[in-house]
Design a protein around this ligand. Structure first.
Ligand SMILES: Cc1ncc(COP(=O)(O)O)c(C=O)c1O
Length: 369
């Protein structure tokens, strides 16, 4: 096969693929002057509610704000500890910190998701909540975590920013606890053309508080400020784009799942890399936000792929939260620490073709001989 150029993510194509439809949505919103909290936001929220089968979906500025606002609405604050995996974006811990609570890092397992045993080891009298991070488009095995949370009266609040539409035992990521949170960063499975996010919940009080917090603490019924909030709204124009993209969401996910299947069938015989589980795996329905592997001789592999026109990325720049010395979060995290030496992401998005993925697999097979 001739040399190809496969960037890790193709941002221009994200827009150009359905350019005409996006342009007419943009034209429509702008010509109506519908910029802040207009019907497009409400329609998008309704469509997300319907898709996930939840009572409330609230569009907010981004995934980080979604986490912060739902923690605040759940009453997490000063003196509380929240258990969160070390293999996550800084946003998860930053949101906890901004409420006044303390993030306590827990380990992940071979699936790169929260390890229930590590959760159990790290509980203290101050633990108020567990924040499973449903990473890479996969929902963690939640049974033990739910049981443990019930026994110890802990809140579950999911950072499901990377897992819109992913399921475990037929339940959607984001619906296991008091609230779930999503990011619509452009490279996400449902990405807008800027920053965006949402909180989902079945709890009326949480929903009402998040609605107030995202809009300066104002009560939507009488406009009076009832608490200190933020300007944390999802822009109406982003909501219009997201509403349009919802139409294609299942189609886009099925492309990702097909590509994951190709990666799996082409690479699972290689002993020097560890792959994520394939699409048809037991109780899980994965949406493959990312295709994160563990690779021996990682840097040499990345260089070899780069020479062949293939972009790869290390999630979080190659650091987990325990690596940020200034934040003082280090803990007992054996799997996370060994994984950090090997984790990397191969290209994975709905704009790739089967041929692209076969080309990437050819080059990986050549590398490992
Ligand atoms: C796991 C996780 N949590 C939180 C966030 C924060 O979302 P945002 O970038 O929309 O603020 C992200 C987004 O990158 C994420 O991947």
């Amino acid at each position: 096969m001739n040399k190809r150029e496969i960037p890790f993510f193709n941002y221009p194509l994200l827009f150009n693929q359905r350019r005409d439809e996006y342009m007419s949505a943009l034209e429509d919103v702008h010509s109506r002057g519908a910029f802040i909290m207009q019907k497009d936001l409400e329609e998008f929220e309704n469509s997300l509610q319907e898709y996930l089968g939840v009572k409330y979906a609230i569009g907010v500025a981004d995934g980080t704000m979604a986490i912060l606002m739902s923690l605040m609405a759940a009453g997490i604050g000063e003196g509380d500890e929240v258990l969160v995996p070390a293999h996550t974006f800084i946003a998860s811990a930053a949101a906890i910190n901004h409420t006044g609570a303390k993030p306590i890092l827990v380990d992940c397992g071979r699936d790169h998701l929260v390890d229930a045993n590590s959760v159990k080891r790290n509980i203290s009298e101050k633990t108020k909540a567990i924040m499973p991070v449903q990473l890479n488009g996969r929902v963690a095995v939640m049974d033990e975590i739910e049981e443990f949370a019930r026994e110890h009266n802990l809140i579950i609040l999911e950072d499901s920013c990377q897992a819109l539409g992913a399921k475990y035992k037929n339940r959607f990521g984001g619906t296991f606890g008091i609230a779930g949170t999503f990011s619509f960063f452009p490279a996400k499975t449902l990405g807008c053309f800027g920053d965006g996010g949402a909180v989902i919940t079945n709890n009326e009080e949480i929903a009402f508080k998040v609605k107030m917090i995202r809009d300066h603490g104002r009560d939507p019924n009488d406009g009076k400020v009832k608490l200190y909030g933020f300007n944390g709204r999802l822009d109406n124009v982003h909501a219009a784009i997201l509403l349009l993209k919802m139409k294609y969401y299942d189609e886009d996910i099925s492309i990702r799942r097909k590509l994951a299947d190709i990666y799996h069938s082409r690479l699972s015989h290689l002993e020097r890399i560890l792959l994520p589980p394939p699409p048809e795996s037991g109780d899980h329905y994965d949406v493959y936000q990312n295709y994160e592997i563990e690779a021996d001789s990682r840097e040499a592999l990345r260089e070899h792929l780069s020479e062949n026109g293939i972009g790869t990325i290390l999630q979080w720049g190659g650091y987990c939260l325990n690596d940020f010395d200034n934040l003082n979060l280090d803990n007992d995290l054996p799997y996370t620490k060994q994984m950090t030496e090997k984790f990397m992401m191969l290209p994975m998005h709905h704009l790739l073709t089967d041929d692209d993925v076969n080309y990437i697999c050819d080059k990986i097979e050549i590398f490992y001989g």
